[in-house]
Design a protein around this ligand. Structure first.
Ligand SMILES: Cc1ncc(COP(=O)(O)O)c(C=O)c1O
Length: 390
């Protein structure tokens, strides 16, 4: 996993932990890259809310991106209320009630199957007859081309439920369908998109020309320093010109990559075979991808075990025995009250936190590097925990 080495110069002593801090300067830099891709490739880039939805930053993001994509009515509502612009939806299935609500919120709704389209499509006529807004519909396809190594994140794995394969595609049901969508990548480069597009065109080329738009999903790590931005621009521009269609990309990670940290403190130090530090954060509740993916987050000033003089296992404050972030070394012994800064914690963290064990959810703050201003937008407390349970 890529980790940005850019760290905001935060007033750590003043931060009540745990706290996610989003660096607005780093976010603006990412957005500049995404603006360039849109301008030069002639495509639109949407923010995938599933990856990053800290809406106090939306005023800034909206200056560069035309809209959001959502995976649920809640995300679509958040997008409509706090972002504006185009709101899209794409999810494995919609209930009748969710679909009706999405019709009032979205510009594009993408179906994961022709059976959903057949079942829900007729509700759109009723929506229009009642004076509802115009919506365009798409079908998510599965190009059956695998690029993602981690099975948990591979939408093209065996028996995947995500997207219609060529074998299941129903050309006779395309009336009313304006676009095709695929999402097959995860943290990948332009080369992976190029290969995927070739597979998509080989399987679905008969239908692309009839479409108004094609959505190339997310998983494009566009703002990573070694990403081939020129390559992406060339691939997207050529595809758009070849087929005369509008092109959308909908990354989540690429917007937030390298823009946020999680600031935590040491609560206790114990010893059992090795030194162990217990922090006021939790892998399972605050950074679940550390356990799910799994990956080892980087900590400012810390090294691999044994690399620096004092090695610790860093654990979370939940009861889960495996609530362990990893083993790290430091150049001096840790002490209760020490602050640790976990890098690259803006994406897929705030949107995934849980209150397991009642652990306090990290606050959400922004850091303006020019004004040197830390603004805490949200502190979570007992009411947030209790309100989910009854
Ligand atoms: C349909 C769809 N679009 C976009 C994304 C965003 O992907 P990423 O945050 O990896 O760019 C995802 C992630 O799972 C997705 O499932």
């Amino acid at each position: 996993m890529f980790v940005s080495d850019r760290v905001p110069d935060l007033p750590l002593d003043a931060i009540e932990t745990p706290c996610f801090v989003i660096d607005l300067g780093a976010l603006a830099d990412n957005l500049a890259v995404l603006r360039r891709v849109q301008d030069e490739a002639g495509c639109k880039i949407l923010l995938a809310l599933k990856g990053f939805a800290a809406f106090p930053t939306f005023g800034l993001v909206r200056q560069s991106l035309p809209g959001v994509t959502s995976s649920s009515t809640h995300e679509a509502r958040l997008g409509r209320a706090h972002f504006g612009g185009e709101v899209h939806a794409c999810a494995p299935a919609y209930s009748d009630a969710d679909f009706d609500e999405l019709l009032g919120l979205c510009d594009h709704v993408v179906f994961n199957s022709f059976s959903q389209w057949q079942r829900l499509g007729p509700r759109y006529a009723r929506h229009l007859a009642a004076g509802g807004r115009a919506v365009e519909f798409g079908i998510r396809v599965n190009p059956e081309h695998r690029e993602v190594e981690v099975e948990l994140y591979d939408p093209c794995g065996p028996c995947s439920r995500l997207g219609v394969t060529r074998g299941q595609f129903r050309p006779e049901l395309l009336d009313g369908i304006a676009g095709l969508h695929f999402h097959t990548l995860c943290e990948l480069g332009a080369d992976a998109l190029g290969r995927t597009l070739a597979a998509f065109e080989a399987s679905f080329g008969d239908f692309i020309g009839q479409m108004k738009w094609i959505n190339l999903g997310g998983g494009h790590h566009i703002t990573r320093p070694d990403y081939d931005v020129e390559g992406l621009i060339a691939i997207v521009r050529a595809f758009r010109e070849r087929w005369n269609v509008d092109v959308y990309l909908e990354p989540g990670e690429a917007i937030a990559l390298g823009t946020g940290v999680l600031v935590a403190r040491v609560l206790d130090l114990v010893h059992n075979g090795m030194d162990v530090a217990i922090l006021d954060t939790s892998a399972t509740a605050h950074m679940p991808d550390v356990l799910e993916m799994p990956y080892r987050p980087q900590i400012v000033g810390a090294g691999a075990p044994g690399e620096l003089g004092h090695t610790y296992r860093l654990g979370g404050m939940s009861c889960l025995a495996g609530d362990v972030i990893g083993d790290y070394s430091f150049d001096r012994p840790l002490q209760v009250g020490d602050t640790l800064v976990f890098r690259d914690m803006a994406q897929y963290t705030m949107v995934k936190t849980t209150t397991f064990n009642g652990v306090r959810t990290p606050s959400i703050a922004t850091w303006d590097p020019l004004a040197r201003r830390l603004q805490v937008h949200r502190r979570f407390g007992y009411a947030d925990y209790a309100s989910r349970l009854g």
